[in-house]
Design a protein around this ligand. Structure first.
Ligand SMILES: Nc1nc2c(c(=O)[nH]1)N[C@H]1C(S)=C(S)[C@@H](COP(=O)(O)OP(=O)(O)OC[C@H]3O[C@@H](n4cnc5c(=O)[nH]c(N)nc54)[C@H](O)[C@@H]3O)O[C@H]1N2
Ligand SMILES: Nc1nc2c(c(=O)[nH]1)N[C@H]1C(S)=C(S)[C@@H](COP(=O)(O)OP(=O)(O)OC[C@H]3O[C@@H](n4cnc5c(=O)[nH]c(N)nc54)[C@H](O)[C@@H]3O)O[C@H]1N2
Ligand code: SF4
Ligand SMILES: [Mo]
Length: 675
């Protein structure tokens, strides 16, 4: 028997475990006690992480669509055909008629290779990935405030905090092992403030639970800042020494008193004041936020208001403080870091920066495009317009996960050529012209970077089930297009480090034990658990005044509810993997909608009754979960169920700065269904 130490392929926490391999098959998962992130713990998804890997539904052969039907073909034929079509489209319409989407489920090395493929081989900066639907406001927001768009502090500090403000984040379900750290903090005496339209599990043990309306976070935070400054609870010394723009912020938040925002937020002023006071006056306070903050048309501004609150109280730029954006996918931090974004190379070096571009051009011996590419959001729009002709997508199921499914299907059907590299036949894969079967985390070497900026090793336990890793597939296509690329993960990691100053000290050898937290600017640098110590990355931290703006769609007579969406503990995103694990499927076999008991009573809706949820974009019949836990006037649904796809309902209105869709608030109606 072989025991292979690796990193969990699901959420951004980054737990470590061993895969037990017997006769070429993985037979079990054993938590790693020495892993500094998980310390011997795993959540239920981690414990079952090997099951989807060997599921009979795995794609094992390349497929080409002919006359509407998929035919199994050899690798040679699939790769030759794909390379030929990519070249034809590039020659006919130019490089910017092609786009690639990388995968936050894949390794850093695969993301680096894919962004290199887009830029150096296809000749376009049209490269993006699911951060666009997730934490891209964190990158655009924190970057403006602090100069760097990642978590400021580390998981290990959490158990010693005095106060944790959790806003729009549900760690016990979405980041369970971080949720466990928060519980440890509570056991150690920390006071928790939860701000969430749903009474999540941690709200039960919170000192203050604020149940505000979805989409009212800026008003809520501005009113907290107002109360803190008006009552002289701000950190004047920190503001003076380390920030700029305080007067502008204060001028603006003067309008946001706890009393004046009550109608917008639905929160009693006294509760808001007490919570603000607790956060401001606790010695070791931090903020933890996630998609309740980012997935809005005001996502970037929401994130900026997190930074404003942290800086006004001096709770950032030191140990036991900070802003924790809980990054979602196992490697979404890494995909961003590797430059799988339309405007930057690895390490957030702008494609418009001539020096950076020259460095990559020299290393890669090609001319690179200098104009930033399209975001995922714009790619879909350009496909519908007929400008984008070809899309090569790795490990992402946009048909189920992008907002407004009908529009996404229309976009993908408008393309001349769609290539999907997947491990399962996802809904998006069904629309492909070619499907290239990729390899799961258990079949490859590489690294993932978790939400505390930690690079960790991923190690191969079994041979790729379909014969090739994702990195190998990309490189074989590249070679066919006349540009030699090397898939060996170790060499790719070295190349990445040599081109990226903030990861210059990263190498496979140095990641053996417990990984490394970036920045790691040199081979002898120990990594950085806390960033912005003494000085922000941008110099002075910047207060940016942001005003409340309502969601793109607000309730009206026809659609009187606010619909929000998100996650449950047992399933992961589209559920392509977790719905193939019997124990997980048993917990939640189908979709549902949460509705407040009083609203349900008014509409005569009973527990588990079938209801019809409708928005301007579509409708869905699901079971009702009648509960006290959700705010009156709000509905909530998960999006894990392919057969009952929640995103036919959601709104694709987007944040103008970073183009994230508004998954967390749209107008909806609900009624009893006679189905
Ligand atoms: N089990 C499981 N874990 C996962 C995932 C999964 O699918 N399943 N997905 C991973 C990914 S990709 C991500 S990005 C993370 C996401 O992790 P989270 O962001 O923590 O998960 P969500 O359930 O999307 O949303 C968090 C909370 O936001 C609240 N919320 C909704 N609207 C608002 C609002 O307007 N304001 C505020 N303040 N709160 C609001 C919701 O009620 C919910 O409790 O989870 C990761 N981990
Ligand atoms: N309504 C609603 N919709 C949402 C959200 C929400 O809160 N509400 N959240 C959004 C967020 S935060 C995110 S991150 C997106 C996630 O959206 P997606 O990234 O589309 O969701 P995943 O289920 O993670 O899908 C990834 C796909 O990758 C495949 N895969 C896994 N590992 C590998 C691999 O190693 N190689 C290859 N080639 N393929 C692999 C899986 O089979 C799966 O089909 O969903 C977004 N959609
Ligand atoms: S908390 Fe996240 S990383 Fe850890 S075992 Fe669960 S899904 Fe995997
Ligand atoms: Mo995400």
């Amino acid at each position: 028997m072989k025991r292979v130490l690796t990193t969990c392929p699901y959420c951004g926490v980054g737990c470590g475990f061993y895969l037990d391999v017997r006769d070429g098959r993985i037979v079990g998962v054993i938590p790693s006690k020495s892993n500094s992130v998980s310390k011997g713990n795993l959540c239920v998804k981690g414990w079952h992480a090997h099951e989807p890997v060997q599921h009979p539904d795995r794609l094992k052969k390349p497929l080409i669509k002919e006359n509407g039907k998929f035919l199994e073909v050899s690798w040679e034929r699939a790769l030759d055909y794909t390379a030929k079509r990519l070249k034809e489209i590039k020659d006919k319409y130019g490089p910017d008629s092609l786009a690639v989407c990388t995968s936050a489920r894949c390794t850093n090395e695969e993301n680096f290779v894919m962004m290199k493929f887009a830029r150096a081989v296809l000749g376009t900066n049209n490269v993006d990935h699911c951060a666009r639907t997730c934490h891209v406001p964190t990158v655009s927001g924190l970057n403006q405030s602090f100069g760097s768009g990642a978590s400021t502090n580390s998981y290990d500090e959490l158990p010693q905090m005095d106060c944790i403000l959790i806003i729009g984040s549900n760690p016990t379900e979405a980041h369970p092992i971080v949720g466990w750290r928060v519980r440890t903090a509570i056991d150690n005496g920390a006071q928790v403030i939860v701000c969430d339209p749903r009474k999540i599990l941690l709200a039960e043990s919170a000192r203050f639970y604020i149940q505000h309306y979805p989409g009212s976070d800026i008003a809520l935070i501005n009113a907290m800042i107002n109360y803190i400054v008006a009552n002289n609870l701000h950190d004047k010394e920190f503001i003076h020494a380390r920030t700029e723009g305080f007067n502008e912020l204060w001028e603006m938040v003067k309008d946001y008193t706890p009393e004046s925002v009550k109608d917008i937020t639905g929160v009693e002023p006294e509760l808001l004041k007490q919570a603000a006071k607790l956060y401001a006056t606790s010695k070791k306070s931090c903020i933890m936020y996630s998609l309740g903050i980012t997935e809005h048309t005001v996502g970037t501004d929401n994130v900026i208001s997190m930074a404003n609150l942290a800086m006004i109280t001096g709770h950032v730029g030191k140990e036991f403080s900070g802003v924790y954006p809980m990054r979602g996918q196992n490697n979404v931090q890494g995909s961003c870091d590797m430059g799988a974004l339309p405007n930057v190379y690895s390490g957030y070096q702008p494609v418009t920066d001539e020096q950076a571009r020259k460095r990559f051009e020299t290393a890669w011996a090609v001319r690179l495009p200098s104009k930033p590419g399209l975001t995922l959001t714009d790619m879909m729009a350009k496909a519908i317009e007929g400008v984008l002709k070809c899309f090569y997508i790795i490990g992402e199921d946009q048909v189920r996960t992008d907002p407004n499914t009908h529009m996404i299907e229309k976009a993908l059907k408008s393309l001349e050529f769609l290539v999907i590299q997947e491990i399962f036949l996802s809904e998006t894969a069904k629309l492909a012209d070619v499907i290239l079967p990729g390899a799961s985390f258990a079949e490859k070497d590489g690294t993932f970077t978790c939400a505390e900026r930690r690079f960790q090793r991923v190690r191969k336990a079994i041979e790729p089930i379909a014969g090739k890793t994702d990195g190998e597939i990309i490189c074989e296509l590249s070679n066919r297009l006349g540009y030699q690329m090397e898939p060996d993960p170790k060499k790719v990691c070295d190349e990445m480090a040599s081109l990226t100053p903030i990861y210059a000290g990263v190498s496979f050898e140095r990641l053996e034990e417990n990984g490394l937290q970036w920045p790691v600017p040199a081979k002898n640098h120990p990594g950085t658990p806390v960033v912005h110590l003494g000085k922000f990355k941008r110099g002075l931290g910047k207060f940016i005044p942001v005003r409340h703006r309502p969601p793109a769609e607000v309730p009206d007579r026809e659609y009187p509810f606010i619909l929000s969406t998100g996650r449950t503990l047992f399933h992961y995103n589209t559920g392509t993997m977790t719905r193939r694990v019997t124990n997980l499927l048993r917990e939640f076999p189908r979709n549902f909608v949460q509705i407040n008991s009083a609203d349900a009573e008014n509409l005569g809706i009973k527990r588990r009754q079938k209801v019809r949820v409708k928005t301007r974009r579509g409708e869905l019949t699901v079971e009702a979960e009648v509960t006290e836990k959700i705010k009156k006037g709000v509905l909530w649904m998960p999006f894990h169920f392919s057969d009952e796809p929640t995103n036919v309902l959601t709104n694709s209105a987007f944040d103008p700065v970073c183009k994230i869709g508004e998954y967390k608030a749209c107008a909806a109606s609900i009624s009893k269904s006679n189905l």
